[in-house]
Design a protein around this ligand. Structure first.
Ligand code: FES
Ligand code: FES
Length: 169
């Protein structure tokens, strides 16, 4: 293996500046899991189909299995670990997933939460159809999606100050 196959990158991961020497062929999933033990980033299909490996990069949700680690140079990356408060408090979206029993095996959960976090930051109220479309890149084999929808809607209404009765449940 020649030296050219490795490159030094610097990025911010969950608020911390990180420098790493990465194999130019490595995925961001592998960098996050293997170098930084961020195991909320799941390895599912590894071909960009299931959303289990999703992370937020500069404010947008991406499947990290099809995102090269070298592309993360200069970027800001957030995983589910980065949503947790300093004393381990769950974020509002995480809490809504707990409250609505939207987690079973949990394999898909970090991806759904990060996707929801990304679009909820826009401060908009979405219709059910829009939410389904926004979440459609994520597969869940356990929950049947209804509780996930309820959790995302709950977080959306709370963030936007909409009364719980309008939560259409
Ligand atoms: S593991 Fe990346 S999309 Fe399935
Ligand atoms: S909770 Fe098991 S895949 Fe979604």
């Amino acid at each position: 293996m020649t030296k050219k196959q490795y490159k030094m990158i610097t990025c911010k991961i969950n608020g911390k500046e990180r420098t790493a020497v990465v194999d130019v062929r490595a995925s961001l999933t592998d960098l996050l899991r293997n170098e930084y033990s961020l195991t909320s980033v799941k390895k599912g299909c590894e071909v960009g189909e299931c959303g289990a490996c999703a992370v937020i990069i500069d404010g947008e949700c991406f499947n990290s299995c099809i995102y090269l680690a070298i592309w993360a140079d200069g970027k800001e990356i957030t995983t589910v670990e980065g949503l947790v408060g300093p004393d381990g408090e769950l974020s509002d979206v995480q809490q809504a997933f707990v409250d609505e029993t939207a987690v079973q095996c949990g394999f898909c959960t970090p991806g759904f939460i990060l996707e929801a976090e990304t679009f909820l930051q826009k401060g908009k109220i979405y219709t059910d159809e829009e939410l389904r479309k926004l979440l459609s890149g994520h597969l869940c084999r356990c929950t049947g999606y209804e509780n996930i929808m309820r959790a995302v809607k709950k977080a959306m209404y709370v963030r936007n100050g909409v009364e719980a009765e309008q939560n259409n449940r």
